[in-house]
Design a protein around this ligand. Structure first.
Ligand SMILES: Nc1ncnc2c1ncn2[C@@H]1O[C@H](COP(=O)(O)OP(=O)(O)OP(=O)(O)O)[C@@H](O)[C@H]1O
Ligand SMILES: [Mg+2]
Length: 328
C-alpha cells in the first residue's frame, strides 16, 4: 500500500438475505483515499453508501472482497482499525441526553483512554472549531438539532483519528449549520491531514468540500474522479426546459435517440415543471421540443445548463437522483 494511501477497498461485495431471496447491496466496489483527502461517496437512497461505511469501519463483514484502513485489514484486524478511525452519522444524533455536551465528549474520550488533561484540551479546541463553546455545559437534550450535530461531529474527531467516516453528516440541518460543519471538515482534512470519507446524496455538499468523488448507484461505483474532472468528461450538453402542465409520464422521451437521460422537478404550486435533459448533441433539443408539443406539453422557457454532478449522474444512469429514490 502506497505510504499516503490511507484506505483501500478491493472488490467489496455484500449481499443480504431477505424474504424472497438475496439482494446485492454492494458489488465489486473498489475505492481508495489519500491522506488529507475528503472523498465523497455520492449516491441516491439505497445505493449502498451506509453498507460501505459499515464494512470499512468494521461494523459489518463483506460477503467477499477486502479492505485496509491505515494498512490494517478490516476483516482480520478490526480492533487495530478501530484505534485509528472514528465515525458519525447524521441520522443518529447520538449522545446521552441528561449530561452536558462536555461530559458526553469526555465520556467518549475516556473510551479511547485519552489522558484527562489532554481530553479537556481537545474538547475545548473542538468546541471552539465547531462554534459550540457557549453550549459546552448545556445538557445534551436541551441543544437544538444543529448544536447536537456539532457535538456529534466533534465526537468523531476526539481520538485524533487518521480516517473518519461520515454518513450524511449534515442531513436535515439548516444551511448555516451545514456550512459551518463543511468548513470544519475541509480544514481538518487540509490542515491535519485527516482522511475523510463522506457518504451523501447531497450534490452541493460534494462540490463544496470533496477533493474526489465516487458516484455509486445500485451497489456499483459508476464514475470516480474530482468533481471538476467528472464534469469536464461531459461532452454532452444539458438543457433545462420549463414546461406546463406537469406531465404524468415522460416515457415517450426514452424513444428519442440521443437522449442520454432526463430528470424532472415539478412545482405543483405553479403547475409547472423543469425538465432537465442530457443530450448527445445540441441539435437534439429541437426533437425534444417537438415531442413535448406532440404530447400536449407547452414549453415556457429553455436554457442551457452548466454541467453539475447531477448531469454527470444522469448521463451515466439515464435518470436523475429523484427518480432513482422514488424507485426504491
Ligand atoms: N441489514 C440489511 N438487511 C437487508 N437489506 C439491507 C440491509 N442493510 C441494507 N440493506 C439493503 O441494501 C441496499 C443498500 O442500502 P444502504 O443503506 O447501504 O443504502 P444507502 O445508500 O445508505 O441509502 P440511504 O441514502 O437511504 O441511506 C438497500 O437496498 C437496502 O435495503
Ligand atoms: Mg444510508
Amino acid at each position: 500500500m502506497a505510504r499516503n494511501l490511507k484506505l483501500v477497498a478491493e472488490k467489496i461485495t455484500r449481499e443480504f438475505e431477505v424474504k424472497g431471496g438475496r439482494i446485492t447491496a454492494l458489488y465489486n466496489v473498489n475505492l481508495s483515499a489519500w491522506e488529507g483527502e475528503v472523498l465523497g461517496v455520492l449516491g441516491p437512497n439505497g445505493a449502498g453508501k451506509t453498507t460501505l461505511i459499515r464494512i470499512l469501519s468494521t461494523l459489518l463483514l463483506p460477503t467477499s472482497g477486502s479492505a485496509k484502513v491505515m494498512g490494517f485489514d478490516v476483516v482480520k484486524e478490526p480492533e487495530k482499525v478501530r484505534e485509528v478511525i472514528n465515525m458519525a452519522s447524521g441520522a443518529e444524533r447520538s449522545g446521552y441526553d441528561f449530561i452536558s455536551a462536555r461530559k458526553n465528549l469526555w465520556f467518549f474520550s475516556q473510551l479511547y483512554g485519552i489522558p484527562g488533561d489532554e481530553a479537556n484540551k481537545r474538547i475545548e479546541e473542538l468546541a471552539e472549531e465547531l462554534s459550540f463553546k457557549e453550549y459546552l455545559d448545556s445538557k445534551f437534550y436541551s441543544l437544538s438539532t444543529g448544536y447536537r450535530q456539532r457535538v456529534t461531529i466533534a465526537r468523531a474527531f476526539i481520538n485524533r483519528p487518521s480516517v473518519v467516516f461520515l454518513d450524511e453528516p449534515t442531513i436535515g440541518l439548516d444551511v448555516m449549520t451545514a456550512m459551518s460543519i463543511r468548513e470544519f471538515l475541509k480544514r481538518k482534512a487540509r490542515d491535519e491531514r485527516i482522511t475523510i470519507l463522506l457518504a451523501t446524496h447531497n450534490m452541493p455538499e460534494v462540490e463544496a468540500i470533496c477533493n474526489r468523488v465516487a458516484i455509486i448507484d445500485k451497489g456499483r461505483i459508476i464514475a470516480e474522479g474530482t468533481p471538476e474532472a467528472l464534469k469536464n468528461t461531459l461532452t454532452l450538453c444539458a438543457y433545462a426546459i420549463e414546461i406546463k402542465p406537469i406531465p404524468v409520464n415522460l416515457g415517450f422521451l426514452e424513444s428519442v435517440e440521443g437522449i442520454k437521460g432526463y430528470t424532472m422537478k415539478a412545482d405543483s404550486q405553479r403547475g409547472t415543471a423543469t425538465l432537465q435533459v442530457v443530450l448527445e448533441d445540441e441539435e437534439l433539443l429541437e426533437t425534444v421540443l417537438f415531442f413535448l408539443s406532440k404530447n400536449g406539453i407547452r414549453v415556457l422557457n429553455t436554457w442551457r445548463k452548466e454541467p453539475t454532478l447531477e448531469e454527470v449522474f444522469v448521463s451515466y444512469v439515464g435518470r436523475g437522483f429523484g427518480e432513482r429514490e422514488s424507485e426504491s
